[in-house]
Design a protein around this ligand. Structure first.
Ligand code: PLP
Length: 479
């Protein structure tokens, strides 16, 4: 494809995407296909000769689209939102066009510097303490873009592990690293995302999964007791991962309690706010991160709830040197003359190569403004409250979580089996898409407000679908 054809095809693609976004609601939200559907439609060998663009796009609409789950669909209420917006798409388009790789300052200075500035903007919007900002007074902190929340948690754990081994080495200089490693123990709540468990597996450390309280919040005394017990067994606590906005039910760990205990114990507290962290741009929610001043690191995903396309998971650290100490390798070909007075993001994470992802977040923040983004978050929270009121007003149902953000967990009163059937029937109809979770051993249905411009009528429609299927199910049970 030459640049002349690219101009035409590119414009056609923008039209295709705009048309898709405008009409996505007319499609079925989930595909009606079986595993292996695509191998019956596409050749299993790559073409030897190039094919025409028209033929390729024809296959997109007839073969690929039937297998797509439409995450931007107004009837999609599963998981958490997948951030998307026109300014963000344009940002990614520009990043792809530039095709530069910003692993060091010298490799593409604007890529590095925009990332630092935008992360400072966003950190201030969230209300993070000055220490987490790169341009804060005497700050050692700063922000970085990672690909996913899982990566942020892993990187934080690796940094904490390196710090603790270094500290232990000062007391036990002749003990093998492997022996010290076998003593390390990390903590999280039962409600933490499974990525914490994965990070512990990769880091080769023990993980103790703690019981949260009735409101599914990890409490300080629980952590304290666990650390006391583990220390008595000769183990060395080094890391705790707290969550603000857990995946199952959007509960919040008690940072104000856990924070001071973690600090006092000299362990690294990471705070995972993959979804709900974004909502902290609204001052009325900032009480939920009280205690963040004790954290060593924090992450949230604009690619979930800030209108920015995957991948962009933003992470801040209080002390960037503690992070980079765990990651630095320095072959000659990557060194440059400004290494001492610039940031090289290759030392802040696992991959060497990095796309220019700051562009899309910069576009989104500038184009919506803080107010526009706050309105978006507040609209989702308001609509979730509306859905939960519908649930509460129907005595056949119960709400199972504290509804603060855009997630409502609900169920039909009665057995889990009944709720499994309800959800299966609704999903099979293609009228709505939701996923389940388990809260206090009960099977619940998660209803998340997802669509960018979600409205009251979308919520009322969803509730009508739920109640229609519930009535049908309860009637059938009587037969
Ligand atoms: N942490 C929380 C609280 C989440 O809800 C999720 C995913 O939903 C993750 C981590 C994992 O996110 P990622 O897919 O970016 O690794």
């Amino acid at each position: 494809m030459n640049s002349k054809e690219f101009r035409n095809r590119g414009k056609e693609m923008v039209d295709y995407i705009a048309e898709y976004m405008e009409t996505v609601g007319e499609r079925r939200v989930t595909p009606n296909v079986e595993p292996g559907y695509l191998k019956d439609l596409l050749p299993l060998e790559a073409p030897v000769k190039g094919e025409s663009w028209d033929d390729i796009m024809e296959d997109v609409e007839t073969k690929i689209m039937p297998g797509v789950t439409h995450w931007q669909h107004p009837r999609f209420h599963a998981y958490f939102p997948s951030g998307n917006s026109f300014p963000s798409i344009l940002g990614d388009m520009l990043s792809d066009g530039l095709g530069s790789i910003g692993f060091s300052w010298a490799a593409s200075p604007a890529c590095t510097e925009l990332e630092t500035i935008v992360l400072d903007w966003f950190g201030k919007m969230i209300g993070l303490p000055q220490d987490f900002l790169a341009y804060g007074k005497n700050s050692k902190g700063g922000g970085v873009i990672q690909s996913s929340a899982s990566e942020c948690v892993l990187v934080a754990m690796l940094a904490a592990r390196a710090q603790m081994i270094k500290q232990l080495k000062t007391v036990h200089p002749f003990v093998e690293d492997g022996v010290l490693l076998s003593k390390l123990i990390a903590y999280c709540s039962k409600e933490a995302h499974s990525c914490v468990e994965k990070a512990a597996m990769i880091s080769f450390v023990k993980l103790r999964i703690l019981d949260p309280d009735e409101e599914l919040s990890l409490r300080g005394s629980t952590l304290q007791q666990a650390m006391d017990e583990d220390r008595a067994m000769g183990l060395v606590p080094f890391f705790v991962s707290c969550t603000i906005g857990t995946t199952s039910c959007c509960s919040f760990d008690n940072l104000a309690e856990v924070g001071p205990i973690a600090k006092e114990a000299g362990i690294w507290m990471h705070v995972d706010g993959a979804y709900a962290g974004n909502a902290m741009i609204c001052p009325e929610f900032q009480y939920l991160i009280k205690g963040i001043e004790h954290a060593m690191s924090f992450n949230t995903n604009p690619n979930k709830w800030l209108l920015t396309n995957f991948d962009i998971s933003t992470m801040w650290v209080r002390d960037r040197f503690k992070l980079t100490q765990a990651m630095v390798v320095d072959p000659l070909y990557l060194q440059h003359t400004h290494s001492d007075n610039s940031i090289d993001y290759r030392h802040w994470g696992i991959p060497l190569s990095r796309r220019f992802r700051a562009l899309k977040l910069w576009f989104v923040i500038r184009n919506y403004g803080i107010e526009g983004l706050q309105n978006y978050i507040r609209n989702h929270c308001r609509l979730a409250k509306r859905f939960s009121e519908h649930v509460q007003n129907d005595s056949r149902f119960e709400v199972c979580n504290i509804v603060r953000m855009g997630l409502v967990c609900f169920r039909l009163k009665g057995l889990n089996e009944r709720n499994k059937k309800l959800l299966t029937n609704i999903n099979a109809s293609g009228k709505l898409h939701m996923v389940p979770a388990s809260i206090h051993g009960k099977y619940v249905i998660r209803f998340c407000v997802v669509a960018q411009d979600a409205s009251e009528s979308d919520i009322d429609y969803a509730w009508d679908v739920v109640t229609d299927f519930a009535t049908e199910l309860l009637e059938a049970e009587k037969l």
